[in-house]
Write a protein that binds this ligand. Structure first.
Ligand SMILES: NC(=O)c1ccc[n+]([C@@H]2O[C@H](COP(=O)([O-])OP(=O)(O)OC[C@H]3O[C@@H](n4cnc5c(N)ncnc54)[C@H](O)[C@@H]3O)[C@@H](O)[C@H]2O)c1
Length: 373
């Protein structure tokens, strides 16, 4: 079984799908691993480190020989075209603008495992790349905010006087939001948070935040996720949140609804109500933005507020993001790899959920519908 790791080709992507530790696990399991020279550079994993754990390292194309390709960002159609029929891939697959790549996987007879479709059940927690990468992204959001705030996060009592702690408001308390809260708390800020799912209240408390009870109805969809708000409910939420924004130094937004554009939580008027020098960081900027006016990868001044739209958040911490992602990938592959090869048991609910393309069929219904449309 030849497992190949190409260098990531998307601009700004610094992660690598398999770190040397993960490669060592596969080599121990009896597999050959071929790494494209330089693939680990962004994540501080040198060609030498891969060589030491038993990988072959080659400059140029590694895709043509692969039985299995491990990648981070979705493969481009031209990369898929270089794979041999019957090869398998594992990595992120879906997203805006990725339909051509998925069509290429289907038409080229590739079996593709999508890391974002791994079911979020207890058995598959160690394979949950959405969670591991959201953890990195949430942590990073708070650091981005702290670096931009012209104030301290913690309380200081000094001979020159007392400096009050910063007040941080986090909207959306899923995996990323909880990590943003925990990081702000560790830095000493006073942290408040809100989420439409009431079940997140205890989780917010457990990481040191205060959950805001806005007196609004709960909005919970299926599978423990949120669902889209009605226009009226969204407006009432904005009105209820506005006074909390006005007394916060930092706003961090991380709200998402599966399969939908990011919900608009904060209007320009709400942002204008924050004091001059305040900072807003929008983790959802790439998927439409929780904050009106945010642009992915850019910092703009909205009146006196610095508004930063996060882009490639997990890629900004490529060493640990890659370490966790590679572990997720090898844990998923452990269900399908034997020393003899790759065997996709679709009776296994984890493989069944993650397998987006197999035997010329797109098996994930929402993606298949998008392709037909
Ligand atoms: N293995 C597991 O069982 C497992 C693993 C990971 C996550 N989860 C659960 O899945 C849920 C969400 O995870 P996620 O972080 O991937 O979610 P996500 O990225 O889809 O959404 C982030 C957060 O935004 C919130 N949100 C959506 N619309 C909002 C709005 N209008 N206003 C305020 N908040 C809004 C959601 O409720 C969610 O908490 C959580 O309950 C989490 O505990 C379970």
């Amino acid at each position: 079984m030849l497992v190949c790791v190409p260098a990531e080709v998307r601009p700004g992507e610094r992660r690598v799908a398999l770190t040397p530790d993960a490669v060592a696990t596969l080599v121990k399991g009896g597999h050959r691993v071929l790494v494209e020279s330089g693939a680990g550079n962004g994540a501080m994993a040198s060609d030498e480190m891969y060589g030491t754990v038993g990988a072959e390292v080659r400059a140029g194309d590694v895709l043509a020989d692969a039985d299995l390709v491990a990648h981070v960002r979705p493969l481009l159609p031209e990369q898929v075209a270089r794979l041999r029929r019957g090869a398998a891939t594992v990595g992120f697959v879906t997203g805006p603008g990725e339909l051509d790549g998925i069509r290429a996987l289907r038409d080229n007879g590739i079996s593709a495992l999508a890391m974002e479709l791994v079911p979020r059940i207890s058995r598959a927690q160690s394979m949950d790349a959405l969670s591991s990468q959201a953890l990195v992204a949430g942590y990073r959001c708070t650091l981005e905010a702290a670096m931009r705030l012209p104030k301290f996060f913690p309380l200081f009592m000094t001979a020159a006087g007392t400096v009050p702690p910063a007040r941080v408001l986090v909207l959306g308390a899923g995996v990323a939001g909880l990590q943003a809260i925990a990081t702000a708390k560790r830095l000493g800020a006073i942290v408040e948070a809100y989420d439409v799912r009431p079940s997140s209240a205890d989780e917010v408390k457990s990481v040191g935040g205060k959950f805001l009870d806005l007196g609004l109805d709960a909005v919970e969809g299926t599978g423990g996720y949120a669902k889209e708000l009605s226009e009226d409910r969204a407006v009432r939420q904005q009105q209820a949140l506005a006074p909390y924004l006005a007394k916060s130094d930092v706003l961090i937004t991380t709200a998402a609804v599966p399969g939908r554009p990011a919900p608009r939580l904060v209007t320009a008027a709400m942002l204008a109500g924050m004091a001059a020098g305040s900072v807003a960081v929008d983790l959802a900027a790439e998927s439409g933005g929780n904050i009106e006016g945010s642009v992915a990868g850019q910092e703009i001044w909205a009146g006196g507020v610095r508004l930063f739209g996060m882009a490639d958040a997990a890629s900004a911490m490529p060493v640990d993001a890659s370490r966790l992602y590679a572990k997720n990938v090898t844990n998923l592959l452990a269900l399908a790899l034997t020393p003899e090869g790759f065997s996709l048991d679709l009776d296994d609910d984890v493989l069944d959920g993650a397998c987006i393309v197999h035997d010329g069929v797109v098996r994930h219904a929402p993606t298949a519908q998008l392709l037909e449309a």
